[in-house]
Design a binder for this molecule. Structure first.
Ligand code: MG
Length: 251
């Protein structure tokens, strides 16, 4: 029998933090725009960054602009759209041009979403997300629609998340984003720590494991590359606040 996953070790002063957003820092909402950011969250992240030499990055499926809006006035280095775009600690934005084929995929999925009530297509510019949280019975047909449209454009691939299928260019993931940050100040030379909840976070877990870092799953135990676990978003918030040396007032 597998042993239960242990809680994370005590933070060391040379950690570099890579934090997923939805389902990790904040609870997942019925739609991506309906989330509630605890008012104390930007302060918590600022305090964490202050204590760890600025080595705190957010790594999300959301766009960079969206991530930064959520945690304003804190302006962290961040990777958006699963590593496709990045803003470095120095404020340099790294973003590829649009891969051809996305227009066709978008058209096909729009037709699908229009025909299935509750299925929402989110256009992030360089990637797409098909959300079925409001229509869970549509999972199989949504998966087939995404697989069919992506199979026509080999530059893209599907990422299955919690009640969402993401369509993104192949070759980028949260692990490649972590590795890129770890080549740059103030991350280079530190121990990378990845905290996430979803399937797409497995790339981040694997990358930090490779680099001798600390991988932490938020949520129920499951098959995962993560080696440590926090029970839920609340436990994660409290643990980060402790690491940051701040009081956490909760949501
Ligand atoms: Mg997440």
């Amino acid at each position: 029998m597998r042993h239960p996953m242990p809680p994370p070790p005590s933070p060391a002063s040379d950690w570099a933090w890579f934090l997923d957003v939805d389902g990790t820092l904040i609870d997942i909402a019925p739609t991506p725009s309906a989330i509630h950011i605890p008012p104390a969250m930007p302060g918590l992240l600022s305090a964490l960054a202050f204590r760890f030499g600025g080595a705190v990055a957010l790594v999300s499926g959301r766009t960079l602009d969206n991530i930064r809006m959520l945690v304003a006035p804190f302006r962290p280095p961040a990777a958006g759209m699963h590593g496709l775009e990045r803003v470095t600690a120095g404020g340099v934005v790294i973003r590829p041009s649009e891969a051809s084929g996305l227009d066709d995929i978008r058209d096909r999925l729009r037709i699908f979403a229009t025909a299935h009530e509750g299925v929402i297509i989110e256009d992030k510019g360089l990637t797409l997300a098909l959300h079925y949280r409001l229509a869970p019975a549509c999972e199989d047909s949504a998966r087939r629609a995404v697989e069919d449209s992506v199979s026509r454009h080999p530059a893209f691939r599907m990422l299955a998340g919690k009640m969402v299928f993401e369509i993104a260019p192949a070759g980028c993931d949260k692990g490649t984003a972590v590795r890129a940050f770890m080549d740059e100040p103030p991350f280079a030379g530190r121990i990378p720590v990845f905290v996430g909840d979803d399937v797409t976070d497995e790339h981040g877990f694997a990358a930090v494991n490779d680099m001798g870092g600390v991988s932490i799953l938020v949520g129920e135990e499951r098959a995962t590359a993560a080696r440590f676990r926090l029970a839920d978003v609340g436990a994660c918030q409290a643990w980060l606040a402790e690491a940051a040396g701040t009081a956490w007032g909760g949501r």
